[in-house]
Design a protein around this ligand. Structure first.
Ligand SMILES: CSC[C@H]1O[C@H](OP(=O)(O)O)[C@H](O)[C@@H]1O
Length: 339
């Protein structure tokens, strides 16, 4: 494979590395990743995360293993194991299916090129979403976003954050309210890091402050990413997204989901059928990151920790995809359905 360099994933001079997102924002630590076990561990621990990026990471690993001489059966086993690393983000399954399709039709030797294609495709998809989405953003707007959807979640500029970056770069003088996004603080740790990196004016808030800002007319748009979009337009995204959609709907604030076609699952008829990952209870009883770890609840406190929730299509103003911005009417006509 050629050298492939992204903000949080790179293949360079024969080494595949992951930027350990546990260590951000304080430390930029790159971890070599040359086995299925290490990639699966990193995906499960969210050292590499984000729906598009985990699919790209798994694809680059398969391309690497093919170049290292792993045989067809070994690669099929690897793809199956990687595919199961996390259940909600359909990009992981879509990417593994693309790699397996190439393996079936062109053989082991074609996998590195397919991995390269998926990497470059994701960058282009991000640019397309950013360009389409930025056209919707009026100057001097305040945008609220949830979790992290930028260059730490994709191989490119990102999905929702890609739109934000494009609007900023176009001189639209936007400001971003960043939901810290409990329990794992992707917003407070990672989106703040990206906003600072690109000098985008922003304000960090706790998730429970979003409703107050929307009530007081301080938010002009809510932009979020997605981990899986069902054929009817319902979508799964980081837990807390549904609450934002309800509050935005109540206050008549435009609510957009931004995602590439690789996040659409036309085989999934509706949101209730999207598998939702349940994560470890310790993530809610306290918090951990580059600063260390702290627990504030009793060790045996019962916990509910879904990593995602599902937002129904009727709460969505528009779907900003790479090939178009779809309205509710278009979604109702089945534009996301296969065929
Ligand atoms: C480019 S959007 C990615 C999507 O993935 C995130 O989840 P996680 O941090 O658990 O990988 C979040 O739902 C984002 O919206």
């Amino acid at each position: 494979m050629q050298d492939l360099i992204a903000t949080s994933l790179k293949y360079q001079q024969g080494t595949l590395s992951v930027l350990d997102q546990h260590q951000l924002p304080d430390k930029e630590v790159w971890l070599a990743c040359h086995s299925v076990k290490s990639m699966v561990d990193m995906i499960k621990k969210l050292q590499i995360r984000g729906a598009p990026l985990i699919g790209i990471g798994a694809s680059l690993l398969l391309g690497y293993l093919a170049e290292q001489g792993v045989d067809e059966n070994g690669l099929r086993e690897a793809a199956a194991t990687l595919r199961a690393a996390r259940p909600t983000a359909v990009n992981l399954m879509n990417n593994m299916d693309s790699m397996l399709s190439v393996l079936n039709t062109q053989g082991v030797g074609a996998l590195p090129k397919e991995a390269e294609r998926l990497f470059h495709e994701d960058i282009a998809l991000c640019d397309a979403m950013a360009s389409r989405g930025a056209q919707l953003i009026k100057p001097n707007s305040h945008i609220l976003t949830h979790c992290n959807t930028g260059s730490l979640a994709t191989a490119g500029v990102g999905t929702a954050i890609g739109v934000i970056r494009a609007a900023h770069d176009q001189g639209k003088n936007i400001h971003v309210y960043v939901d810290e996004t409990r329990p794992l603080l992707q917003g407070g740790r990672l989106t703040t890091w990206e906003m600072g990196k690109f000098n985008i004016p922003h304000t960090l808030i706790c998730d429970n402050m979003a409703a107050l800002l929307m009530r007081d007319g301080k938010v002009d748009y809510v932009l979020v990413g997605a981990d899986r979009i069902a054929a009817n337009g319902d979508f799964a995204n980081k837990v807390g997204t549904y609450a934002l959609a309800v509050i935005a709907h109540y206050h008549k604030i435009p609510f957009y989901v931004v995602a590439p076609y690789t996040t659409v699952d036309p085989e999934c008829p509706e949101g209730s059928m999207i598998p939702i990952e349940e994560r470890d209870a310790a993530e809610v009883r306290g918090v951990s990151g580059s600063f260390g770890a702290v627990r504030w609840s009793p060790e045996d406190t019962p916990v509910f920790n879904p990593a995602f929730d599902v937002t129904p299509a009727f709460l969505v103003t528009g779907w900003i995809l790479d090939n178009a911005v779809y309205s509710q009417d278009e979604i109702h006509k089945g534009v996301l359905k296969r065929g």
